[in-house]
Write a protein that binds this ligand. Structure first.
Ligand code: M6R
Length: 616
């Protein structure tokens, strides 16, 4: 997500803030900005583009003399990347400046309320309500510090969602910071202090760091740090960070890919957060559905990992909403003589980056056919969103590793939401809808369980898998695409030749390749029909009879499976249609640890591959 930084001390604030922002650039962002507290009040410089561009603009205009200020790298979530949507945001009177990382879920109702009180808004962001709310709480008392702290607390009590914020105010020589469900740290210096969303932002200045806890609010001045939680002062320990800047960028993980796999639970939470309120799912797009008569089918267009997510999405939507979904590889669709009556078809482009050339072309072609078009993407303002009529955003945050991991899981979440979206599931009884929604809400916890409890076994099995040069991944139904994703991930980062295959299809050819040197990873978690599990067991027996070793992905408590396979990776049991989530986390880990075990693999930047494929 976004990165935020703050400085208060005796040195020139601006170069320090800009240097801190440069240190968190690696996370990916689309715009940057700073606000400094000067003798003239709050001065803001922000724009779409890179920190360097912002620096250039500032140094080209004039020097700014300030000892405190805040900065922001924005990864757009509400409103396209632009100068007005970039942070910091101000209240209407220029008294308060705020940088924010997170999502304010109830910003629309707050905005309406503030508009009715005469506030004016300039951006499309959720953040802009915060400085306005803080300003409302100011009472012009003599104790500026106390008053600001109380006004921030009052404003925060109105927010639902997640935030890490830093607040600067005219006439106050410190900063106020607070967090809820978004990380925030304080870097402790000598007669100066730093605030940041990420440790790398402060490491060039200090290795003394205080991690703020959930619900903490801090008043940070050059010579003091005051922290309170729930209205009472609290003490938080100062730690010495032994990391290099490079270690810190990866949050202590050896690779971005591993860090991003560990962020999969959060990617699920953040994707749900945008669209689920109470028992309501609101994707905020117009699918042109009147009753349940208008959309006859959905056409999905995607490449690579996004294609496998879409294939899984097809199963999910067809099962839950009973709407037929046709899926095409974007690179093939562009050159097919496909005949399509677009009138009743919603075409969806699934693309993490929103920039994949083949997918963009396919989207344009679907538009020409007269389809209503939707981009499902992780990047606000990307090309796909500009071409499509509507956009649905995954909440995965920036993904640095070339191998898509958390963005894939976030795409699956969107398909569950689409499958459960009210107009589409008009026929699903309320009780069943609520049961599915409840299960969907459990998914962050399920994903975390895999990371916490299966990781050790997965590392062990990865050591075994890493000794082979060929592997098969097999599954059925909703887990066939997950087998394909597991194989893609393995080949991409470990360079082991891996094929994802329908378990029932092996006997139609690939059996010829099975030997004791071709391990098979088989997904044996249960699905809606018991029949599929039985069929998978049958396929496993066939595979074993041909001498190939089998690693099963199976649920906790399934003892039957032990009889037929060589090794088992255990995942928590879920409602049947939801097993792709834990299975994906397990297979992402398996690919990672196998590549690590092989050695010599550039895991974050596999050879010959790019994060966005912008050529056909
Ligand atoms: O950005 P997109 O989702 O459109 O990218 C499509 C593929 O290039 C991408 O999913 C690729 O297969 C992954 N990096 C593989 O992990």
């Amino acid at each position: 997500m976004c990165g935020i930084v703050g400085y208060v001390g005796e040195r020139d604030a601006l170069p320090i803030i800009l240097q801190s922002l440069k240190r968190i650039e690696y996370r990916g962002y689309d715009s940057a900005g700073v606000a400094c507290i000067t003798d003239n009040g709050i001065e803001v410089y922000k724009d779409k583009g890179k920190v360097d561009d912002v620096i250039e603009k500032i140094t080209n205009s004039k020097s700014i003399s300030a000892n405190s200020g805040i900065g922001h790298c924005r990864w757009a979530t509400h409103g396209a990347p632009s100068k007005t949507n970039a942070h910091p945001h101000l209240d209407g009177e220029g008294e308060i400046a705020v940088v924010h990382n997170g999502i304010i879920e109830n910003y629309l109702s707050l905005k309406e309320e503030l508009l009715s009180q005469g506030c004016t808004f300039v951006s499309e962001t959720d953040t802009e309500v915060i400085p306005h709310l803080i300003n409302r709480g100011l009472k012009n008392s003599v104790n500026v510090e106390w008053e600001l702290k109380e006004a921030v607390k009052e404003a925060l009590s109105r927010l639902t969602g997640s935030y890490a914020i830093i607040v600067a105010a005219k006439g106050f020589d410190g900063l106020v910071a607070a967090r809820k469900e978004s990380p925030l740290i304080i870097g402790v210096g000598d007669r100066e202090n730093f605030i940041a969303s990420d440790v790398p932002a402060v490491l060039e200045q200090t290795t003394r760091v205080i991690y703020l806890d959930e619900g903490d609010l801090a008043v940070v001045k050059n010579d003091s740090v005051y922290i309170e939680n729930g209205g009472a002062e609290v003490t938080r320990a100062e730690r010495l960070i032994p990391w290099t800047i490079e270690d810190a960028e990866k949050g202590g993980y050896e690779h971005f890919m591993l860090k991003e796999i560990h962020e999969e639970p959060k990617a699920i939470t953040d994707t749900l957060r945008g669209y689920v309120t109470g028992d309501e799912i609101t994707l905020g797009i117009d699918l042109g559905i009147e009753g349940d008569t208008k959309v006859k089918s959905i056409l999905m267009l995607a490449c690579g990992t996004s294609y496998y997510a879409a294939l899984c999405g097809k199963h999910i939507i067809e099962t839950l909403a009973k709407v037929p979904v046709q899926l095409e590889l974007a690179s093939e669709f562009n050159y097919s003589d496909f005949v399509l009556d677009g009138a009743n078809v919603v075409a969806m482009a699934i693309t993490q980056s929103g920039e994949t050339a083949d997918t963009l072309m396919a989207l344009k072609k679907a538009k020409r056919y007269g389809c209503k078009t939707v981009a499902i993407t992780n990047v606000v303002g990307s090309s796909a969103t500009r071409i499509a009529d509507e956009a649905i955003y995954t909440g995965a945050g920036p993904e640095i590793g070339v191998a898509a991991t958390k963005s894939f899981v976030a795409q699956l979440v969107i398909f569950y939401l689409l499958g459960l979206q009210k107009p589409l599931v008009a026929k699903l009884p309320d009780a069943a809808f609520l049961e599915y929604l409840e299960e969907l809400r459990r998914m962050p916890q399920i994903a975390r369980l895999v990371l916490d409890e299966a990781n050790g076994d997965i590392q062990k099995h990865a050591r075994y898998l890493s000794k082979y040069d060929h592997a098969f991944f097999v599954g059925r139904g909703v887990n066939l695409p997950i087998a394909m994703e597991g194989a893609l991930k393995l080949k991409e980062i470990s360079y082991i030749h891996a094929e994802g295959y329908a378990a029932g299809e092996l006997k139609h050819g690939p059996f010829a390749l099975l030997t004791e040197d071709t391990p098979v990873v088989a997904i044996l978690t249960h699905q809606a029909s018991q029949n599929i599990y039985e069929k998978m067991l049958g396929n496993v027996k066939e595979i074993k009879a041909r001498g190939a070793p089998v690693i099963a992905i199976a649920e906790e408590g399934d003892e039957e499976v032990e009889k037929y396979v060589d090794a088992v990776i255990r995942v928590p049991r879920t409602g049947a249609i939801f097993s792709p989530i834990p299975n994906t986390v397990a297979l992402h880990l398996l690919a990672y640890w196998t590549a690590k075990e092989r050695g010599g693999c550039e895991i974050d930047k596999p050879r010959n591959l790019a994060k966005s494929v912008t050529v056909e």
